[in-house]
Every structure is written in structure tokens, then in C-alpha cells.
Design a protein around this ligand. Structure first.
Ligand code: FPP
Length: 272
């Protein structure tokens, strides 16, 4: 059966008769997650399987980033957050860190036009001050250039740690003289790097690892988690569609009952 609700932009995401089209047809476009967060993992293993240096995996991973961002924008998702570099990643060999930073600068420089054309707002979350000045400069330029775009919000997590984010939120509250008795979960959430976004409804992790790895610890309290064996450099639109179909097959109860047994209405803070 044809998914009549597909816009022209969305129909172009899949060739007629392809697996992608079949998955797209199964999607209920009225029930897409608002915020998708992705732990991009498996670049090193992808390279090792091909007897290539690890950095070749990171380079190949850029193609997956490009496709994921474009598909998310075309589908009309509200927010996409990609975990590109954790605080722990600073422990990797200097040459690998330098390559990752170089790739990041190259990505931002090359993709700015595409971000603008697709009305995408680009934003960095994490302890940005840890990054080299030249990297910060490139990122800030892209943030400023795209600040007024109104489509997809593309967050990229760099020098990011979920616990560090919570500590940063506490510091910000203490500095502002917050009265402890007036502190609520909602007020706390607003102090996080993602304070102006709805929480992720769906978290995707590639390469089969069943870990959260210090990513968006507060925000994923009620997120559905989809783990795919696919290594990040092989991640393409079909894997995004599979994750979305899986998401739509879950029953989200927010600690309540299933809809047949009672009314399930998440609190306002949990509605995407
Ligand atoms: C995890 O693979 C991936 C990373 C640490 C970096 C992700 C970065 C990119 C995809 C490229 C840069 C991103 C942008 C947005 C330009 P891993 O090296 O931990 O893989 P392994 O577990 O197989 O060793």
C-alpha cells in the first residue's frame, strides 16, 4: 500500500522497489520521534576488517554523518544529536585525535552550504573550551551562519560527557543563586546543554554494543534504545528507517499502563 502522506522530499529518499522504499512505506510519518540521538560506533572495527588504519574508519564515517543529517532533515525530524567525540576520547593516540579534529573542521567547512540549503541549524554541545582554537573558530562560524535556520537542529557532541554536563548544570544553578527548595526537574533540565530541546525519544547505537557510554544521561530517561550490528561507516538511510520502524513498534508507557488498560498520557515534560 502506498504511503500517501509522503511529501515529494520524502519520496525522493528511496528508489521505487528498493528495501528503503518498503521501510519508508511502513513508517507512520505522523508518529516520528522528535529527537533522535546517535552513538556512532565501530569506525575502528570497520577499518580493521579492511586492514586499514583506524583513521580510515573515521574518514569513511563522515559519509554516514552526511547521509544521516540529510535524511533526518528531509523526514522532518526536529532534533538530531550525534556523539562525535567524548571526553574519554582525549585518551586516544595524539595522531588519531588530530585526525578526528581535522575531519571535523573539513566537514564543517564543506557542509556549510548543504546545511544552509536544507535549513539546518548546527550546534555544538560539550566542553567546547577543550578544543583547539582553530577548531572552535570553525565550529562557531557554522553555528553563527546557521543560527536563524528553522528546520532540523543538528547537535554535535564534542568533548562531551553526560556526567560533566550534569556537573556543568549544577555549577550554573549554584552561580545563579538558585533556591534549592524551588528546584524542579524541569528547571534542572533547562540548564543542560540541550536545555532548549525536547528529550530524545530514540537513541541509536551502532556496532552492537549495549552501552550508554555517558551520553545524554539525564535526557534519555525515557528514550527507546535501538542497537544495530551495523558499523558506523556502513550506516545508511535504510538503517535509519529500520530504527524508526523499530521505534514505532515499541509501546511507550512512561511507567503507566498500556493504552488498553488505562489512559496513558505522559507528563508535559515528557511529551516530544
Ligand atoms: C567511534 O568509533 C567513533 C568515534 C570515536 C568518532 C566518530 C567520528 C566520526 C564519525 C567522524 C567525525 C564526525 C564528524 C561529524 C565530522 P571507534 O573508533 O570507537 O570504533 P571501534 O569501537 O570499532 O574502535
Amino acid at each position: 500500500m502506498k504511503n500517501e502522506k509522503l511529501s515529494a522530499d520524502q519520496s525522493e529518499l528511496a528508489r521505487p522497489g528498493s528495501l528503503e522504499e518498503e521501510l519508508l512505506q511502513r513508517l507512520d510519518l505522523g508518529r516520528l520521534p522528535t529527537h533522535v540521538a546517535i552513538i556512532m560506533d565501530g569506525n575502528g572495527r570497520w577499518a580493521r576488517k579492511r586492514r586499514l588504519p583506524r583513521v580510515a574508519g573515521h574518514r569513511a564515517g563522515i559519509k554516514s554523518v552526511r547521509e544521516t543529517v540529510e535524511v533526518s532533515a528531509r523526514l522532518g525530524l526536529g532534533v538530531l544529536t550525534l556523539y562525535a567525540f567524548s571526553q574519554e576520547n582525549w585518551k586516544r593516540p595524539r595522531a588519531e585525535v588530530d585526525t578526528l579534529m581535522g575531519l571535523l573542521k573539513e566537514y564543517v567547512r564543506k557542509e556549510l552550504d548543504t546545511l544552509m540549503r536544507n535549513n539546518i541549524r548546527f550546534r555544538v554541545i560539550g566542553r567546547i573550551g577543550d578544543l583547539a582554537d582553530s577548531v572552535q573558530g570553525e565550529l562557531t562560524r557554522a553555528e553563527e551562519a546557521t543560527a536563524k535556520n528553522t528546520g532540523l537542529l543538528f547537535n554535535i557532541a564534542l568533548s562531551y560527557g553526560g556526567r560533566a554536563e550534569i556537573v556543568d548544570a549544577c555549577r550554573s544553578l549554584l552561580r545563579s543563586g538558585q533556591d534549592p527548595d524551588d528546584l524542579t526537574e524541569e528547571l534542572f533540565g533547562k540548564r543542560l546543554y540541550t536545555g532548549d530541546c525536547p528529550d530524545p525519544d530514540l537513541m541509536v547505537r551502532t556496532s552492537g554494543e549495549m552501552r550508554v557510554s555517558n551520553f545524554l544521561l539525564w535526557q534519555i530517561a525515557y528514550a527507546e534504545i535501538h542497537v544495530t550490528e551495523t558499523l558506523w561507516p556502513d550506516f545508511r538511510r535504510r538503517h535509519i528507517f529500520e530504527a524508526l520502524v523499530d521505534f514505532q513498534n515499541r509501546e511507550r508507557r512512561y511507567g503507566g499502563l498500556n493504552p488498553d488498560e488505562g489512559t496513558v498520557k505522559p507528563p508535559a515534560a515528557l511529551r516530544g
